[in-house]
Design a protein around this ligand. Structure first.
Ligand SMILES: *Cc1c(COP(=O)(O)O)cnc(C)c1O
Length: 381
């Protein structure tokens, strides 16, 4: 096997963020700009317009930037746009939707948690029954693609349920925006949180809320100073300036990342690229006896959870060290000891997937050879 020697700055990140970024995206950061200059105001305007175009959200929505990673946008969205008399149903089917519930609890936002299985898409019948029986609810809060295990919720189904039950949808679209379609014209989505550092391949440090203008224009309580989306929006509209120091270099990188996203063919092609990498990955892993944990119905190519075959004892710290020596970074799974996650987001290519498969092949061969007690039924008879 050809061992690829990579420079320390050329790690391949098969992770859910931060991701591998292109050299040109990182090079775009090599510039200082004053934040109160016309040049920077134009950059902000351009990025907001680009994100609106990618979202295909129409003129009823606008994009408000938030300094920080994806969670900052989610917290800004919920803490600003849910009113004191509102009641949110949080559809909890993974670690990220649990965080939406945490945000509600911390900000004393009235909410109910519908706790569902984490290894499958949210059951829409249960969501609807809960809305009917435990309501009335003003909002439904849900995650589009639960990155913790790699579970894709049926967004169109959630939209249909929310419409029938007259709820507004607050969406965590952090790991789907830019790759999966989101129907902003449905009239049901009040706001969605998105990030520079997932499917758009920017560097981490800025996130955005795509919000209905009517939501931003309506009065509401400010629960925090720095995450107050309405104040951020008002200042941007009136002065063109951010209230607090913007992440200038991160925004310059995002502009370059969006240029590359467009040059690559936009959302459909970004999805196709992930799909091709994920297919190659799943084929190779299947040959090694490593299987995807989540049913194919609910998977999406951005990231998936895999497990070693029964009887293949692999020490996880050894696995991560073995891969890291080859410049390959994967994350453990949220499921437990013998599983792990592999993502296809970011600037990785088929050759990188092949390198990862080769390195995992070595581990499987080694793991099975030293294994003591295979699980029942796995030993050839
Ligand atoms: C990455 C991600 C987030 C945000 O996490 P950060 O660490 O703040 O970037 C939120 N929701 C989902 C579904 C994600 O994948």
């Amino acid at each position: 096997m050809a061992v690829v020697k990579r420079a320390a700055d050329a790690l391949r990140l098969f992770t859910p963020g931060p991701l591998s970024t292109s050299r040109s995206v990182r090079a775009a950061m090599d510039l200082d700009l004053g934040s109160r200059t016309p040049t920077f105001a134009a950059l902000t305007r351009e990025l907001r317009a680009e994100l609106e175009a990618i979202a295909e959200c129409g003129a009823d929505f606008t994009v408000v930037p938030v300094q920080g990673s994806g969670m900052f946008a989610i917290e800004a969205m919920l803490s600003t746009l849910v009113g004191t008399d509102d009641h949110v149903l949080v559809v909890e089917n993974g670690v990220y939707s649990r965080r939406m519930a945490d945000i509600c609890r911390i900000h004393r936002i009235r909410h109910t948690i519908l706790a569902l299985a984490h290894d499958e898409a949210a059951n829409l019948a249960e969501v609807e029954r809960c809305l009917v029986e435990r309501g009335p609810f003003s909002h439904l809060a849900a995650v589009h693609f639960e990155t913790g295990l790699g579970v894709r919720n049926d967004l169109d189904g959630l939209i249909a349920v929310a419409r029938r039950q007259r709820c507004k949808l607050m969406l965590d679209a952090i790991s789907s925006f830019g790759a999966l379609p989101i129907d902003f014209t449905s009239g049901v989505i009040a706001a969605a949180a998105v990030s520079a550092n997932k499917c758009l391949h920017g560097v981490p440090g800025v996130s955005f809320v795509i919000a209905a203008r009517a939501e931003l224009a309506s009065p509401g309580p400010a629960r925090t100073l720095s995450l107050d989306l309405r104040a951020q929006w008002r200042d941007l509209e009136h002065t063109g300036e951010w209230r607090f120091t913007p992440p200038i270099q991160v925004l310059l990188a995002l502009r370059q990342a969006i240029r590359e996203y467009r040059a690559d063919g936009g959302r459909a092609m970004r999805y196709r690229r992930y799909e091709q990498l994920a297919d190659r990955l799943v084929d190779g892993l299947t040959r090694l006896g490593i299987h995807a944990v989540i049913d194919a119905r609910w998977r999406a190519p951005m990231i998936a959870t895999f497990a070693f075959p029964p009887g293949c004892a692999v020490e996880m710290t050894e696995l991560h060290a073995h891969l890291a020596r080859r410049g390959l970074i994967i994350y453990p799974s949220k499921l437990g000891s013998s599983s792990f996650r592999i993502g296809c987001m970011g600037e990785i290519c088929a050759g990188d997937v092949d390198d990862l498969l080769a390195a995992l092949g070595e581990i499987v061969a080694h793991g099975t050879a030293t294994e003591a007690a295979p699980a029942p039924g796995t030993r050839p008879s």
